[in-house]
Design a binder for this molecule. Structure first.
Ligand code: 3EB
Length: 334
């Protein structure tokens, strides 16, 4: 049994999900709505491309318990825990200590609740490429995250969560995370230098994340949490044109899936993709090319976003599943 599944739904109908005792998370996109007190709800301040309004819904196989611990909101079902933490920035050049504190709290809450393993973290904050106090804000964020992860993880380079770090349109540092009682397996990409080993030219502390995390929820039930994947080969950015960057990104995704497939009895299939685009691109040709290259047509969400390197125009993250549930609405397919 999968302990939860993730789906995209029409945002206008998403509010109904709040009455569902199996709702783990409801994430909306675009302009932040009136903040809700419900620990299961979150808002990612990024505009959706293509005129659709989508909500991301995490549905638990069992009833969910919610709460707030160390300032971190959470919802859990005894196997997995959804966490979120939002911090106001008191000064634009204090992102490093703020990030370190946010991660310390995330770990404190996850540990206290009995889900000590962070599988996946989503990071959003504004002005990601802006220089502040002599350091780009993304690099300051990386330094703060590194500081916290080195302190919290006993085996730093082998137990890093999958992640993405995205420039958002609203103030505040927003972290979302998925944690579990039992650890997942870190997957790296043979086409790319592991981010935690990037050379010094990319900042004083390397980005501390894994390319993906593979989690077995049963003998034949796997989730692959795929980090933000971009047009990077080795450690260098490639191509100036967005469609060329897309091609390289797809090669990276395929290499990553192949790497994970070495550990699973059946091949993993992309089940959900989030595509961040720096320019205001038309999603239709991107979608078409992704479907063709991956030989899969998963639900996709296209968001206008700043990416952590100025020259990067596209980044893709998501979830792959193996084997794919036959009918995701059927209870035993969860
Ligand atoms: C890269 O591969 C592109 O800092 O958490 C992708 C995924 C990227 C996660 C992060 C950054 C992060 O380096 C950028």
């Amino acid at each position: 049994m999968f302990p939860f599944q993730v789906v995209y739904r029409d945002a206008t109908q998403a509010a109904h999900s709040l009455d569902d005792e199996r709702l783990l998370a409801l994430i909306r996109f675009g302009e932040p709505p009136v903040p809700e007190r419900d620990p299961r709800t979150g808002a990612i301040p990024l505009l959706e491309l293509g005129g659709t309004e989508t909500a991301e819904i995490w549905l638990s196989a069992r009833p969910v318990r919610t709460g707030v611990t160390h300032g971190v909101s959470h919802a859990g079902n005894d196997t997995v825990l959804f966490l979120q933490h939002r911090l106001d920035e008191y000064a634009p050049d204090a992102l490093q200590p703020l990030t370190a504190m946010a991660y310390r709290r995330l770990f404190a809450a996850a540990r206290e609740l009995g889900y000590p393993h962070l599988l996946r973290v989503w990071n959003y904050f504004p002005a990601i490429n802006q220089e502040c106090g002599g350091l780009e804000r993304y690099r300051a964020f990386c330094a703060g995250r590194h500081q916290a992860l080195v302190a919290e993880l006993t085996e730093f380079e082998t137990h890093l969560p999958a992640a993405c770090a995205i420039g958002a349109d609203e103030p505040g540092l927003r972290l979302y995370a998925l944690a579990s009682r039992i650890a997942g397996i870190q997957i790296e990409n043979p086409r790319q230098t592991s981010a935690f080993r990037y050379p010094r030219q990319y900042g004083p502390r390397s980005p501390s994340f894994s390319r993906a995390v593979l989690k077995a929820w049963g003998e034949r039930r796997h989730h692959l949490y795929i980090s933000g994947t971009a047009s990077i080969v080795g450690h260098a950015s490639r191509h100036l044109d967005p469609m060329a960057q897309l091609e390289e990104t797809l090669l990276n995704l395929q290499a990553l899936l192949a790497q994970a497939n070495r550990l699973t009895p059946e091949p993993l299939r992309p089940a959900l993709l989030k595509i961040y685009c720096r320019p205001n691109l038309d999603p239709a040709p991107l979608r078409q090319r992704i479907v063709q290259a991956l030989d899969a047509d998963p639900p996709m969400l296209f968001l206008r976003a700043d990416i952590c390197r100025r020259e990067l125009l596209i980044e893709i993250e998501g979830l792959a599943v193996g084997p794919a549930p036959v009918n995701p609405l059927q209870d035993d397919a969860l």
